[in-house]
Design a protein around this ligand. Structure first.
Ligand SMILES: CC(=O)[C@@H](O)[C@H](O)COP(=O)(O)O
Ligand SMILES: NCC(=O)COP(=O)(O)O
Length: 244
């Protein structure tokens, strides 16, 4: 039997389209419910400090209306920590944020921001929220995550997905493979995500120590052409086909 790899569907960019007109349509919570029906094992939503896509009310509604784990992506700020502690989602994934970036450009610097991260990680752990750190696939970052008491890391797959040159893509994939092996060696649960597509997902899904993938932007884009449920089912099939 193949191993089970969870698919978390990120609905941020349903909210991007909604916010383009400032109204209520398309509703990201409706998208989350549809994603679950289509096979999502969890929902991921990133409440950015500038609220460019997901807004506070979306998080309140997701907590009330979905019956699958919510992975709440957040910057490690006092404001976001208070929101996480108020809602107590299943998981909180700490991500770096820059106001001017178009998307999350790199991983959290768990090594450099070690002292700064100690308090929010401790508070989330104490509240029973499963803490994950969104980091680049670097062993030193995983070691810092472990030392900080985070039980989970999510490896940033953006550099691998964005690489156009096959040699560079292979190099980026090996970094992910090595980091995922290191996660198992030091006892961290390993997730991955960012920029994954039908084309790039297989090589990451094939890494046996990764147990969850979080995928959003590509699925929302594909939904324009064939519907969200169909895109999720195709992604699930691509993951299953690659699972050892
Ligand atoms: C941390 C991460 O990877 C997600 O937040 C996702 O990329 C969607 O949000 P943005 O596109 O706004 O970064
Ligand atoms: N943490 C990664 C995520 O949730 C989805 O990233 P993307 O597929 O929207 O790039």
């Amino acid at each position: 039997m193949s191993r089970f790899l969870r698919l978390g569907v990120n609905i941020d960019h349903v909210a991007t389209v909604r916010n383009a007109r400032g109204g209520a349509h398309p509703d990201p919570v409706r998208a989350a419910l549809l994603a679950i029906q289509a096979g999502a094992d969890g929902i991921t939503a990133h409440l950015r400090e500038d609220r460019r896509h997901i807004i506070d009310r979306d998080i309140e509604r997701l907590m009330a209306e979905i019956d699958r784990p919510l992975n709440f992506e957040m910057a490690a700020t006092d404001e976001m920590l208070a929101i996480a502690l108020r809602h107590t989602p299943h998981a909180a994934c700490l991500v770096p944020e820059k106001r001017t970036e178009v998307t999350t450009e790199g991983g959290l610097n768990a090594v450099g921001a070690f002292d700064f991260l100690t308090r929010p990680i401790g508070a989330l752990n104490d509240a029973g929220i499963r803490v994950s750190l969104f980091i680049d696939p670097e062993p030193a970052q995983l070691d810092a995550a472990k030392a900080l008491g985070a039980p989970v890391v999510e490896l940033h797959t953006g550099a691998y997905c964005d690489a156009e040159d096959p040699t560079e893509r292979a190099r980026e994939l090996s970094r992910i493979v090595r980091a995922a092996a290191h996660a198992e060696e030091i006892g961290l649960e390993c997730h991955a995500g960012h920029g994954l597509t039908y084309e790039t997902v297989g090589s990451v899904a094939a890494i046996g120590t990764i147990v969850e993938l979080n995928i959003g932007h590509f699925l929302v884009g594909e939904a324009i052409f064939g519907g969200l449920a169909d895109a999720i089912r195709r992604m699930r099939a691509a993951m299953d086909a690659a699972c050892p």
